[in-house]
Design a protein around this ligand. Sequence first.
Ligand SMILES: Cc1cc2nc3c(=O)[nH]c(=O)nc-3n(C[C@H](O)[C@H](O)[C@H](O)COP(=O)(O)OP(=O)(O)OC[C@H]3O[C@@H](n4cnc5c(N)ncnc54)[C@H](O)[C@@H]3O)c2cc1C
Length: 413
Amino acid sequence: MAPCHLGSCWSSDPGAGVLTSGDQPTVDFSFTEDQKLFAESVRRWADDKLAPGALARAHDPHFPFDVAKMAAEQGLLGITIPEADGGQGGTLMDAVIAIEQVAAACPRSADVIQAGNFGPIRTFAEYATDDQKARFLPDLLAGRNSISLGMSEPDAGSAATELRTTARLDDDHYVVDGSKVFGTHSAEASLYLIYLRFGPGLDGIGSMLIERGTPGFTVGSPSRFLNGEEWSTLYFENCRVPQANLLLGPGGFKKQIAAFNAERIGNTARSLAVGTYAFERAKEHATTRRQFGKALCEFQGLQWKFADMALKLEGARLLLYRAAINADRGLPTAYETTLAKLACNQAGFDVANEAIQIMGGTGFSEESLVEYCMRRCRGWMIAGGSIEMMKNRLAEEVFDRRFSQRPPRAAQA
Ligand SMILES: Cc1cc2nc3c(=O)[nH]c(=O)nc-3n(C[C@H](O)[C@H](O)[C@H](O)COP(=O)(O)OP(=O)(O)OC[C@H]3O[C@@H](n4cnc5c(N)ncnc54)[C@H](O)[C@@H]3O)c2cc1C
């Protein structure tokens, strides 16, 4: 029988039975006082410092390092990284709250919270040696540098384990050959967390830290996604990387994916937050814009759109919070991350798309930010494990068995 996840997620005691009188319920849907205060203070700061430049930032393909430096000063980078490593020692839920509050004022600035808390920096902080942390974390946590993840390759997208970029040991260096595509911030990062093949099969995969400027490493000219972000192909030709830059050697793939679930929560949280931003703009518009002598919100055809949008956002938010709260400072489970990512990616896109419809020509215009929200949410349905791959994963949980996506071995030969 398939394992039941639902009961254990909501209760601190998985063995707990039906509540009897006098039992205290273990489900609490409210923020703690500390979380409320944190959310309010981040929101005040974001409204003050980030909201004024939100439109310009959305249309600038460059990473907003100015925002990153300000966010660092506010303690909003490295929220889940231990204080001993220069982080804030907070929880994954704190980082989710930060993304939501920043995005509510400036959707593009939520990328800074992602980069400083959920992205490859999280995998780095989890597995890096003390020497690696000392060399790279201070600049990343101060918002001076950024790190980009190189997993996808021209022939290895959803089938990530088919990656072909190789690393072979030669004296005290690894020699890296191959290429990477689509990396977020790849056009301007200074450090790259690159998934590599040290040998055959799943157990042959690991990762290294490769600095921009390493001989044999070329960052190609930027291409642009529909969401406005730029990415560059990364080329490695006889690129010699010091052994001291090894993050996870062969056999490290499962660990990397475990940490990658935290990155997925950032993708998930931004989808929800950016969808919510579009929802709020559509609500304001429907309240103030008048046609046929009435405010738009008085037409039932639009009221039902808002009811559907609210339902999608609220349901998705519960799944996101569950995944984050259960993870605490650790890493979220694959199951809860998958459910949350699916729900938030779809809700964010559907809501932003519907917000454009509600706002008509204003929503479709580049002056509204709502069309930007739709474009951003569209990308997260592909990035970090596509909607289809997440559904494959979920189906395996439902049936409690693995469904291979590959042809039988004989057919591959
Ligand atoms: C905005 C954005 C940011 C990104 N950031 C990064 C990054 O920082 N680092 C990085 O390494 N990569 C990044 N990527 C790349 C991303 O991880 C890949 O695009 C993704 O894994 C899909 O791979 P692909 O594009 O090669 O599509 P393919 O794998 O070729 O898939 C094409 C389509 O087929 C579907 N499909 C494939 N296999 C199956 C299957 N078994 N069952 C059902 N459907 C299937 C997919 O869902 C998709 O719809 C980013 C992509 C985007 C869009």
